[in-house]
Design a protein around this ligand. Sequence first.
Ligand SMILES: [Fe+2]
Length: 322
Amino acid sequence: MKRKELAKIIEQIAPLKLQAPWDNCGFNISLHDDIKKILVSLDLSEGILSEAASLGCDTVVTHHPVLFHQMKTVDIGHPIHKLVLKTVNLGLNVYCAHTSFDSSPSGTDAVLADILGIRNPEVLIREQSSPVFRFEIRNDPSNYDKIIGIAGTEIIDRSGDTIVFTHHDNSIVSQVFSGSTILSMKLENKYQSYGIGMIGDFEADPSSAVKTVKEKLGIDHVITNRAEPTVRRAACIGGSGGSYIKEAHEAGADLLITGEAKYNDYLDSESMGMMLIVTGHFDSEKAFIGTMVRHLQKNTCMIESIEGVYASRNISAPYKYM
Ligand SMILES: [Fe+2]
């Protein structure tokens, strides 16, 4: 598989157009074009590099970017430069799907809402929305799994040689379904939204909300504020979402669950009568690994040159509770 093909598959669930202007999603390190074994992790670290090398991987897919700042000099004494040099020595490509994944309808916050059991979730802070098209296509049935994999969508109906599916890009047919007969293509009466955070129904009292969050994320500790509302609506934002308390409050949330918050976020949420549960950055985002591995395995299983997609076993938060 070529780098371009891997990027295309990743970008089905982490479109580059969704990344924040300050971010650096995509291939941070490109060293070769033939990809056979992929390791998925949250970060790049010396431990991840050793794991990739021991598995014989040639490419690492991470959530957090390796390179944020322009490198004007290369200094082995700088921890990031040292890490990049070691990555180059091992011959590893590195692709990073950060805010491109955070803002995706199948990304960080949607996955977190699903894990936490937030029902009827909607995007909290809408940044973009795309129309959804409904297609009915006729083709050789043996081609469907492959072309649906490339299109990055799910079949919603299938009978004989005809399939029905939805997609936000109406040029998808000419891109991947050449040779197909288009039976119908119409704009569905809905739009798919992208943005920061999710909000939905989540009924709990403060102590049961804490219990649920700990159980669902498999953690022993959270930090909460002093407000104790009856919770009916909860918002969640993976990573550093404490600064979005005002938006969550205005959207009707009684509770914001996020990975990180500042001192003032606890005070502000208390003054709004809103509960804040802070899980730790790592635990709010660790589901990236399983989500990306399942997506890559599903979409590369038909590609002969791919020998394996692995979830890192060497992951832990870069901080600990004592
Ligand atoms: Fe993060």
